[in-house]
Structure formats: C-alpha cells, structure tokens
Design a protein around this ligand. Sequence first.
Ligand code: 4NP
Length: 162
Amino acid sequence: MAKKRVLFVCLGNICRSPAGEGVFRGLLEEKGLLDGFEVDSAGTSSYHIGEAPDRRMRQAAAKRGYELNGHSRRLAREDFQRFDLIVAMDRSNMRQIHAADRRGEYRRKVRLFCDFVPGSGLLDVPDPYYGGHDGFERVLDLLESGAHALLEHLQSLPEDDS
Ligand code: 4NP
C-alpha cells in the first residue's frame, strides 16, 4: 500500500507546523502506523529558513512527549504533487497556499487544520509567536484535539489521490 503523505503548513515553519508534525507523528507512533505515512511541514514565508523549531514550542512539546525536529523550509511547488493532504494552520496560510497553486489544480488537497478539531468553532490555530507561554499550550491542545480526525481523513483518502 502506498504511503499517505501529509504536509503541515504555517507562516514561519518554526512553531505551529513543526508542532503539528510532531503531534501527528506521536499519534501514528502510538498506533503503530508510522510506516504507512510521510509527515512533513513547511512555511509560506522565508523568514526562518534553515532554523530549528522555536525553543518555546520545542519546550512545550517536549513536556508532552513530542520531540520537534527538522529545519524550517518554504513551501515548494513539488509539495503540491507529492502530498495527499496539505493542512493550513490558519486562513492566511491557506490563502498563501492557494496563491502558490496558481492554476488551482490542487485546491482539493488543501484543508484548514481546524476542520479536524471537533466542535471548536475555530477557523485558525492562533499564531503563538508574539504571545506568551499559554499560546504554545493552546496550539498543542488544538493539535492534539484534531489529530484523530485528521488520521481518519487521511485513511479515507483513495490510494491514487494525486
Ligand atoms: P509559525 O509562527 O507560523 O507558527 O511558525 C510564526 C513564526 C515566525 C513569525 C510569525 C509566526 N514571524 O513573524 O517571524
């Protein structure tokens, strides 16, 4: 069976999307499903290219047992083809992703993360970068709340959804 591939996308690729990647990978690990998936993250901006995830995000994640690895990279053209699902952390990220997909070929692959958070009524995972400690905890709470539905959605996608 082909791997299912999911890409988390935020603005800087140092806070929300690496955390999304880490939390989702944690769920896959817990369920013994890691081999069936490729999980990655990217940013819509080039502000932090090459940087490790934000220390505050890493520390908050580590307390919950998630190790955040990788280095910030910018969303690339090839990502649209490669990934089955592209998950935007907020509506602004989603607009940037749609803008990068100029011909709109891949629109159906792009979803807001909050679509997978049951009953939150939220549209955006709030950007924690300029806020206090609570913002990072809030991001992790939301990511954990949506991870199960996200997994179910990925598992429901047809094999050849490229
Ligand atoms: P992220 O957070 O999009 O969740 O990685 C941010 C990181 C950096 C900036 C904004 C948001 N920044 O403006 O540099």
